[in-house]
Design a protein around this ligand. Structure first.
Ligand code: GDP
Ligand code: MG
Length: 354
């Protein structure tokens, strides 16, 4: 049987093999991904992000258990996290934590090496989700460390992004940092068994209010009213229903609040479908994947066509301030590669030391 067909049947060994090939960007993986693509577009992609140690892995495990037990859904987990328990460097406690999920055919856990360029990570993540999607996994969770823009980009691959916070880590700073709440569809305060939960919740709510001003007053039929009231009275069928990210409190280690969190996630999925944002997010994701593939393709074609000496010559010119990087790009990309470099000594009217 072809690799494509056995992946479509959900064969674990084949999925494993394919994911490794995808990571190595092998030509065969590209062929198989192309054959799988028509079978994708069914899964709910859930991104889980937040600072290290907030409990993302614990939450993802608990959610996976919940989806298995309560909904009998197949769950795939992609961990893009160097400190993740799913990676090689797992400590004993994490392995124990994973015990509940191992041996379950309906769960597939795969960590991703975070080597290589960040663009590469996002692309590999996108390809991984397509493999799982085609293989019939209904829920795909992507765990990333919320430390920078790159992780935010990976989280954007998802339909639903969960931002995980924990009390006690300098509440206000934590809540406001990096604009991470802007990408949150669902917010979790995990470690709700710890002191300081109220403070964290307060800080999150005030930050949220800035990001989602529900009390904004608008003019409607000559009257001032809040946007909330406006969306209820407005009969326009095109009206946009606003989604305010709910704040869920959980204790991942005890499985507390998990069913409620799953409920928030399901509500968000409903919201996306009703508002048309599900398709909009799919489109945004695919467009960004297409763009990055075009970038890669153009770059590799460029590198194939350029002579190394010519390239080095241009670098030298830039270094000597004879050519700006912008001019260099224009020359290298737009002009025929065989043409002489612009700004030669003669054009400049001789040696610049004169
Ligand atoms: N007290 C408490 N500890 C938790 C909770 N959730 C996770 N932890 C612990 O916090 C540590 C980090 O959890 P982990 O899931 O690896 O966090 P991640 O780095 O965000 O993936 C582990 O020792 C967990 O056992 C919780 O709800 N309460
Ligand atoms: Mg983790």
């Amino acid at each position: 049987m072809s690799l494509t067909n056995s992946v479509l049947e959900g064969n674990r060994l084949s999925i494993s093999r394919l994911l490794t090939q995808v990571e190595n960007n092998s030509p065969e993986s590209r062929t198989v991904l192309a054959e799988l693509f028509p079978h994708t577009g069914k899964a709910h992609l859930i991104g889980v992000t937040g600072a290290p140690g907030t409990g993302k892995s614990s939450l993802v495990n608990q959610l996976a258990l919940h989806y298995r037990k309560s909904h009998d859904q197949k769950v795939a987990i992609i961990a893009v996290d160097p400190s993740s328990p799913f990676t090689g460097g797992a400590v004993l406690g994490d392995r124990v934590r994973m015990r509940d999920l191992s041996g379950d055919e309906g769960v597939f856990i795969r960590s991703m090496a975070s080597r290589g360029s960040l663009g590469g990570i996002a692309q590999t993540t996108a390809s991984f989700t397509q493999v799982f999607d085609a293989a019939g996994f209904e829920i795909i969770m992507i765990e990333t460390v919320g430390a920078g823009q790159s992780e935010v980009d990976i989280a954007r691959l998802a339909h639903t992004t969960i931002v995980v916070e924990a009390p006690g880590l300098g509440d206000d700073i934590q809540a406001i940092k990096a604009g991470i709440l802007e990408i949150a569809d669902v917010i979790v305060i995990n470690k709700a068994d710890r002191p300081g939960v109220e403070g964290t919740e307060r800080a999150l709510r005030s930050t949220l209010e800035l990001a989602h001003p529900t009390k904004r007053v608008i003019r409607h039929h000559g009257k001032n009213m809040s946007t909330e009231a406006y969306s209820i009275t407005q009969s326009d069928t095109n009206r946009k229903i606003m989604w305010i990210p709910p704040i869920n409190k959980t204790v991942a280690t005890e499985g507390k609040g998990i069913a409620e969190l799953a409920e928030s996630i399901a509500k968000h999925a409903d919201h996306l479908r009703q508002s048309g944002d599900w398709t909009a997010r799919d489109r945004a994701r695919l467009v960004s994947e297409l763009d990055s593939l075009i970038r890669d393709e153009l770059m590799s074609r460029f590198l194939e066509n350029i002579q190394q000496e010519k390239y080095d010559e241009v670098v030298e010119k830039i270094l000597n301030r004879d050519l700006s990087p912008y001019e260099a790009v224009k020359f290298l990309v737009n002009e025929s590669l065989s043409q002489p470099l612009p700004f030669s000594e003669q054009e400049r009217g001789g040696n610049k030391e004169n």
